[in-house]
Design a protein around this ligand. Structure first.
Ligand SMILES: Cc1cc2nc3c(=O)[nH]c(=O)nc-3n(C[C@H](O)[C@H](O)[C@H](O)COP(=O)(O)OP(=O)(O)OC[C@H]3O[C@@H](n4cnc5c(N)ncnc54)[C@H](O)[C@@H]3O)c2cc1C
Ligand SMILES: NC(=O)c1ccc[n+]([C@@H]2O[C@H](COP(=O)([O-])OP(=O)(O)OC[C@H]3O[C@@H](n4cnc5c(N)ncnc54)[C@H](O)[C@@H]3O)[C@@H](O)[C@H]2O)c1
Ligand code: SF4
Ligand code: FES
Length: 809
């Protein structure tokens, strides 16, 4: 069959490019879409990196479109591919590694990069920007070792980075060039209030300082300023603005200035090549916030779908700082000029400040600090340059200056066409209709249905208020959180329904249980995959596509797009033969680093995806499952075989347990430790199950965690024999498998269900323990080493690992 679809190629797999694709897919199916992105990830919410740094979100939480989404939409995605140029004459796109892709229409969405000050020392290790997952991971990593951070730039990004680093326990100083923080968004008054509040939250400031140099030997040690003074720092984050990525356009001969120059339909100077996002310069402006970029995308989508549209005429931007406890909002003009009439209210006790600027009685700008409840209305008034009236004055300012209590409820009075979610252009009317028509009861459901709250999340409180307003009295009772925005059902309700209704696939679960979003999302799909496998271990076919990339490829992806290989070393014990194989393979495949892990095994870091099957074949060792929600390591001490204090054979028992329970799936990763005596050299107290030998037998501990939310394990029971120990370990594992929520570590699980409940189920009630043991044994009969299978499966090797044009990753 001849493919009549036109080839649309997107260069850049970021927020603007993929938002445009989403909008195109809603309007037409006439394009065969290919996306090329230089980062090794699917499209994620860059905005939320501030929350990842701060610790309130994980990388998994911020994935906007997971790999399954691309597959479901028939999109071919290349990650880790840097585009070099576009050959407009032959309509071909060239990547830096020599790939050539034909296009009919191309869209450049390459975004920006951090602007790095051109000063001596900028290349020193420990000096970074804050733009992507790699930067964020580098900061998280640095905070584990280093204590003093300097953030250069007191703009939105710098302040959010500084707050994140303070939360990570660092001593943070923001170095700012100007007299006022966020001088591009705030007036002096608001800026001073902001600084005072951030100082209260632990951030230090060095104002009006120009950095002349970064100094240090092998790593940054500090900053030297133009006045000769110095600031010690072992991490430096540059947040002094962004630089549009225009290299592809420049290399291809398109008109560029600061950004790629486009017309009102986002067309570049090269025929059939469009551009969107931060890389673009439209009417002399390069935008750095998502709302305008999504508006640009909407124009492109309509234009490419053949839907009538006006051109893009530019945007009025508004900003909101994402630091908890600091509410700041600004839109339009913010510095009072002689031609303005200013309405100002400052309440020093409540620490609030409001300023509205009028020109010829029209609202042209605003700055809010402390109370931003009227931000949605003010944003609309500024955008529409609305005439100030008594009514609007009363709504915003209350009946008397500073009398906030006299305001009417803003959600109630909000006009239907008022935009509630600025990032995604969602109005109050759209939200109210979605709630009424689809019976929505949570903000997550509104997000899945309308897109509101999907980007910066700043509109969440207003969306919540609208939900409360529409649902009235039923709000509290109905506001039950489902496992994600696609459903209101809890984990227990889903598991029960899978059992009673005999559901067998994720799709069936979603259909039968009435998911709001047909495709599910990156939260519910892996969870359903786990629950189905746990309930039907013998019949359930693991749906690899529903798993995160590491679990699908059975390897841990690294920030440079390569992978790690961790072979099993039972109980942390290896042999010269195995070490030799590891050394040979590491040399042959140019492994970048061989690292001894905290779990007593070796991590081969920097293996190319296409080499993974060959590496595993040549190692001929079992997979250590270092990537999986499964049994990871069993850490052991030397124990009675060699140690003078050892009362039990910890190495022997560690090996027995690891061989028995390896490959078993759990709701989250699972770690064990076995010690030969209470000196506890292998640190049982921070493991999911920790075992400590004593004179009369063993003591079993559960629920320990040494990670970000550290928790000491609880003593579950003491046992006399090895057989009893193995039974109880198996029973705890199965009880956790059956009652744990997906991604819930045992440390959280024990707290949620209570230690006594676990003791009742696996220690006191011996019949129940026996039943759990039988079920875990049954599950264990079904497991197999993924790599043993993959290396003999030509199709998987070719399609998943070796294909030159993979559809995903
Ligand atoms: C920490 C942080 C917080 C933010 N907070 C907010 C906020 O609260 N509100 C807000 O509105 N905005 C915020 N922003 C800005 C917002 O994230 C950006 O405006 C938005 O992501 C820009 O989208 P884009 O698609 O143009 O660029 P990007 O999202 O950067 O995507 C561009 C992609 O193209 C890739 N690429 C570049 N060159 C090539 C090439 N040659 N070949 C292939 N791929 C290439 C890049 O690797 C990147 O993945 C924040 C940004 C950061 C970093
Ligand atoms: N909440 C949000 O909306 C949010 C959050 C983070 C990032 N962003 C976006 O990300 C982009 C990058 O943010 P940004 O804060 O880096 O850019 P920015 O341009 O908004 O701010 C940079 C700040 O650095 C200061 N600066 C410049 N040179 C300096 C120097 N040599 N020493 C000290 N300070 C110096 C400037 O005075 C300015 O205040 C922007 O487009 C921003 O809108 C938005
Ligand atoms: S825990 Fe006890 S047995 Fe094990 S190595 Fe330490 S001292 Fe020896
Ligand atoms: S305003 Fe940013 S997600 Fe709604």
């Amino acid at each position: 069959m001849i493919n009549s679809k036109q080839k649309l190629v997107i260069i850049g797999n970021g927020m603007a490019g993929i938002n445009t694709v989403e909008q195109i897919l809603k309007l037409t199916d006439k394009y065969e879409i290919t996306v090329l992105g230089s980062e090794p990830h699917p499209n994620y919410n860059r905005i939320m990196l501030s929350y990842v740094l701060e610790g309130s979100k994980t990388i998994d939480d911020i994935i906007l479109n997971d790999l399954q989404w691309y597959a479901d939409q028939g999109i071919t995605l290349y990650t880790g591919k840097m585009v070099k140029s576009i050959d407009g004459e032959h309509k071909k796109i060239h990547t830096e590694d020599g790939l050539e892709i034909d296009y009919d229409v191309a869209l450049i969405a390459t975004g920006s990069q951090s602007f790095i000050l051109p000063i001596p020392g900028k290349e020193l290790p420990g000096v970074i920007g804050f733009r992507d997952i790699a930067d964020c991971s580098a900061m998280l990593e640095a905070a584990k070792t280093y204590k003093k951070a300097a953030v250069i730039g007191g703009g939105l990004l710098g302040l959010e980075a500084a707050k994140g680093l303070v939360n990570l326990g660092m001593d943070v100083t923001v170095v700012h060039l100007m007299e006022d923080l966020m001088e591009r968004q705030l007036d002096r008054e608001a800026s001073a209030m902001l600084k005072a509040e951030l100082e209260r939250q632990g951030i230090k400031f060095a104002m009006q300082m120009q950095t002349a140099e970064v100094y240090g030997q092998d790593r940054v040690q500090g900053l030297r300023f133009s006045d000769g003074s110095e600031l010690e720092a072992d991490l430096v984050v540059m947040a002094v603005g962004i630089k549009p990525n225009i290299q592809v356009a420049k290399e291809s001969g398109m008109e560029t200035n600061r950004g790629i120059v486009v017309d009102d339909f986002m067309r570049t100077s090269m025929p059939d090549v469009y551009a969107v996002g931060e890389c673009v310069e439209h009417r002399g402006i390069c935008y750095g916030l998502v709302a305008p970029l999504f508006e640009q995308g909407s124009v492109i989508a309509k234009h490419l779908a053949g839907v009538d549209t006006e051109g893009y005429a530019g945007s009025v931007v508004s900003t909101k700082l994402k630091i908890s406890g600091v509410d700041v909002f600004s839109a339009g003009e913010f510095i009072t000029q002689p031609e303005h009439t200013a309405i100002v209210a400052k309440d020093e006790w409540k620490r609030t400040y409001k300023k509205i600027l009028l020109r010829d009685n029209k609202i042209v700008g605003t700055v809010l600090f402390g109370d931003v409840s009227e931000s949605a209305s003010l944003q609309k008034y500024v955008r529409q340059q609305t005439e100030m009236t008594d009514e609007i004055y009363g709504q915003i300012m209350g009946t008397g200056c500073g009398n906030h209590g006299a305001k009417t409820s803003s959600v109630e009075t909000m006009a239907d066409d008022e935009i509630v979610c600025g990032c995604n252009g969602v109005t109050k009317k759209a939200i109210v209709e979605a709630i009424n028509e689809n019976g929505l009861t949570t903000v997550d459901e509104i997000k899945a249905c309308t897109g509101a709250t999907r980007s910066c999340g700043g509109c969440k409180p207003v969306v919540e208020q609208i939900l409360q307003y529409v649902l009235g009295d039923s709000f509290k009772t109905s506001a039950k959180q489902g496992i994600c925005g696609c459903t209101t059902l809890s984990r227990d309700e889903i598991v029960e329904a899978i059992k009673t209704k005999g559901l067998t696939t994720t799709r069936e679960v979603m259909n039968v249980l009435g998911w709001h979003n047909d495709e599910g999302c990156s939260k519910c799909r892996p969870a359903l995959n786990y629950y189905l496998g746990m309930i039907n271990p013998d019949t359930y076919e693991n749906e690899g596509d529903s798993r995160f990339v590491n679990e699908r490829l059975h390897a841990n992806i690294q920030k440079d797009g390569t992978f790690t290989v961790v072979p099993r070393m039972y109980g942390g014990v290896t042999t010269p033969e195995d070490l030799k194989k590891i050394a040979d393979v590491s040399l042959k495949y140019n492994v970048k680093v061989v690292k001894v892990t905290g779990g007593q095994r070796l991590d081969l870091i920097g293996v190319r995806k296409e080499d993974l099957p060959k590496v595993w074949e040549e190692l001929d060792m079992p997979s250590g499952y270092a990537y999986a929600k499964s049994l990871r390591t069993v850490k052991t001490c030397v124990g009675s075989q060699f140690c003078r204090f050892g009362t039990q054979d910890s190495m022997g028992m560690g090996e027995v347990l690891e061989r028995k329970f390896e490959r078993l799936d759990f709701p989250a990763k699972f770690k064990l430790a076995v010690n030969g005596c209470p000196r506890n050299c292998a640190e049982s107290c921070t493991k999911d199950i920790g075992i400590v030998g004593n004179d009369g037998g063993w003591e079993i501990f559960i629920g320990g965690n040494g990670g970000i939310k550290a928790r000491l394990a609880d003593s579950l029971c003491k046992v006399k024999t090895d057989a009893e120990l193995i039974d109880i370990v198996g029973a705890v594992m199965q009880f956790y498998r059956e009652t744990g929520q997906y991604l819930e570590r045992t440390s959280e699980w024990v707290e949620r269900i209570g230690l006594e409940e676990v003791q009742k189920a696996v220690v006191n009630d011996t019949a129940n323990r026996q039943a759990l043991v039988e079920r875990v044994e049954f599950a264990l009969q079904q497991v197999e080493d993924p790599w043993k299978k993959i290396i003999h499966d030509e199709d998987t090797r070719k399609n998943l690992f070796e294909a030159v044009t993979p559809s995903i990753v």
